[in-house]
Design a protein around this ligand. Structure first.
Ligand code: R5P
Length: 296
């Protein structure tokens, strides 16, 4: 098996390769002055199983195009099977028509991955468990919840798990079970689809002195900060956050850093550059889980 990395998260690709006891295979990724990319495989891959690691954040369109070109180069060079490790799958929130006239962007991505020559995809904590049904190729849906469960156990505090919206109920129930039926509560969230603004309308379930908010991703930080403000009003003293994908768009890092949150745990499905890191942030790695999946 040969492992290649696109440019979106090379540190993660390197960790995965290390866990599998090998080096990353070389690729030439040349960027022309106008932004176009030329990809060239620099190693013999004939009849080899190849893995390409490329989460699609930041800049989902650029990351996807680069992935498609790497896959094409591998296919033309004779690779027998190509697995795309896309720990953060961009466009996953556009998995159906919400309002008349909208594109189903994720379906376009799924079609392009298949047509481009990808045989299998590995991804993490997808927004909906129905997403694999959209794909006509195998999509291995992994979850960072076991890593979160370990970390929450280590904290050793009597706490309550919080889902910041009803879409996260399944996730929170799974985590609660992993933690010996830890109590949980669900916030009633409403998002204005036109403006993206979120409103928190109350909470179902009891809260305690400490709370752990669980989410699949943090993009602008609006959901997490809205949830933590509501929890504070309900008398919660210490609030921790666990979210798989650190999309961190706009001012998210400074919003989170200046919030009353005690600590923010995310994973390395998306590379987090130094300028987006802050003292309260702790990054947990999914590399071991991916390496184990690749061994199967
Ligand atoms: C929404 O349903 C998701 O689970 C996340 O809560 C959301 O995408 C986070 O986005 P933001 O950080 O912009 O509120």
């Amino acid at each position: 098996m040969k492992i290649f990395s696109g440019t979106s998260n090379r540190p993660l690709a390197q960790k995965i390769a290390e866990k599998l006891g090998q080096d990353l295979s070389p690729l030439e990724i040349y960027v022309f002055p106008d932004g176009e990319k030329r990809i060239r495989v620099l190693e013999r891959v004939t009849d080899e199983d190849c893995v390409v690691v490329q989460p699609t954040s930041p800049e989902p369109d650029k990351s996807y195009m680069e992935l498609f070109f790497i896959v094409d180069a591998l296919r033309r060079s004779g690779a027998s099977k190509i697995k795309a490790v896309i720990p953060y799958l961009g466009y996953q929130r556009q998995d159906h028509v919400f309002r008349e006239g909208e594109a189903v962007s994720l379906e376009v991505i799924a079609t392009l991955l298949k047509w481009g020559g990808v045989d299998e995809v590995i991804s993490f904590d997808l927004h909906s468990i129905k997403i694999p049904e959209i794909f006509k190729i195998k999509l291995n849906h992994l979850s960072a919840l076991p890593i979160f469960a370990q970390e929450i156990k280590k904290m050793g505090k009597a706490t309550v798990l919080i889902s910041p919206d009803s879409g996260g109920i399944r996730r929170i129930k799974l985590l609660s079970r992993m933690l010996g039926n830890m109590p949980f509560a669900v916030i009633k969230k409403d998002r204005n689809l036109a403006t993206g603004k979120v409103a928190m309308d109350g909470i179902e379930g009891k809260v305690k002195e400490n709370a752990v908010i669980i989410d699949d991703m943090i993009s602008t930080g609006g959901t997490i900060v809205g949830a933590s403000d509501l929890l504070k009003k309900k008398g919660v003293k210490e609030i921790f956050v666990f979210a798989t994908h650190a999309v961190f768009s706009d001012q998210a890092p400074s919003i989170l850093s200046n919030s009353s949150l005690k600590k923010v745990f995310v994973t390395d499905t998306i590379n987090i550059p130094k300028e987006k890191r802050f003292p309260k942030l702790q990054i947990l790695s999914v590399s071991q889980m991916i390496a184990e999946q690749l061994k199967m």
